[in-house]
Design a protein around this ligand. Structure first.
Ligand code: CP
Length: 333
């Protein structure tokens, strides 16, 4: 008996992705209209249930993955997601490109976009990915900058929605560096989803005031809220989800000693979790430093969603690539 035919690939006109404007690029979570975000997650749910159902949708297309920093989850999930859409993926390290030998970002983006159907970029300064987008004729997807990590936040929301059933009204606490890319993007994602987020950070690690204000304005529309504190115990008191974040990011090793000292009170361990509601779950974007920002007992225990978040990087990457590329192709006629 032949296998059942795959579900039809959604188009911009017949998909539910019409409740807001689909952006040309995904550089920050706030590029996604709050109406688009849940339908992108719906598509990711469908793709998780039927990973090969969209195998013919982008056959012949190619995504370039430019990585200036190490990556396990983002790089492999993007490349695999592309293959599951029938696409080819080319992973490019900076030193393999003329970019590493003096060619400008703008010239590189202009040329790459004449070959590729999408470009994903992991780099340092957020302005670099903005520069790529300005010169690219195809969608650019931020695979992490020092300021934002939107692909991670989509997987975080997907895991929370899978576990709790809904995002609106959910109470979350982010524990640690309020300036981190993970926190910045999770802040925007919570605000767009009508969630209530408390960020607990030590002095000197507070989230940027403009980002907070932007999130507060979004939360005013969605029914969510955003607040900050220096006290982790206060942040977790009513939280259904606690987000633990690495204390020393991959390019902060020269500050490891001072960051570890400043963030020592912001560990997610049994004591902190015991001060949260009994059904509270723990998030972590990985990679983790076991025993530092999170204990092994929690990371490997039944109240941790980190592995589900990591697994969800694949269907969310598939949904983002599919949505941005098909929209771009339709806009180009
Ligand atoms: N969470 C995350 O972005 O992991 P990688 O650095 O391994 O891509």
């Amino acid at each position: 008996m032949p296998p059942p035919p795959p579900p039809p690939a959604p188009s911009v006109t017949d998909s539910p992705l019409t409740r807001g404007k689909i952006p040309d690029h995904l550089l920050r979570v706030s590029d996604l209209d709050p109406g688009v975000l849940p339908t992108l997650l719906d598509l990711a749910d469908d793709m998780k249930r039927e990973p090969l159902g969209w195998l013919d949708s982008l056959r012949g297309a190619t995504v370039g993955c430019v990585f200036e920093k190490p990556s396990t989850r983002t790089r492999v999930s993007l490349a695999t997601a592309a293959q599951r859409l029938g696409m080819a993926a080319i992973v490019l390290n900076r030193d393999e490109l003329q970019l590493g030998h003096g060619e400008t970002v703008a010239d590189t983006a202009r040329v790459l976009s004449s070959y590729l159907d999408a470009i994903t970029v992991r780099t340092y300064e957020h302005s670099t990915v903005e520069e790529v987008a300005e010169s690219s004729s195809v969608p650019v997807i931020n695979a992490l900058t020092n300021s934002h990590h939107p692909c991670q936040s989509l997987a975080d929301l997907m895991a929370l929605r899978e576990h709790f059933g809904t995002l609106a009204g959910l109470r979350a606490a982010f524990i640690g560096d309020g300036k981190s890319n993970t926190c910045n993007s999770f802040l925007s994602a919570c605000a767009a989803s009508g969630m209530h987020l408390v960020i607990a950070s030590p002095p000197g690690y507070e989230t940027d005031a403009d980002l907070l204000e932007e999130a507060r304005q979004t939360a005013d529309q969605t029914g969510g809220s955003v607040s900050v504190t220096t006290e982790p115990e206060e942040a977790v008191r009513d939280a259904q989800a606690l987000y633990a974040e690495v204390w020393v990011a991959m390019d902060q090793h020269d500050q490891a000693a001072e960051r570890t000292t400043h963030l020592a009170r912001y560990r997610v361990d049994d004591l902190l979790l015991s001060q949260a509601p009994q059904d509270a779950m723990v998030l972590h974007c990985l990679p983790a430093v076991r025993g530092q920002e999170i204990t092994s007992d929690i990371l490997d225990g039944p109240r941790c969603l980190a592995w589900q978040q990591a697994a969800n990087r694949l269907p969310t990457a598939q949904a983002v690539l599919h949505t941005l590329i098909t929209t771009s192709q339709q806009r180009a006629g």
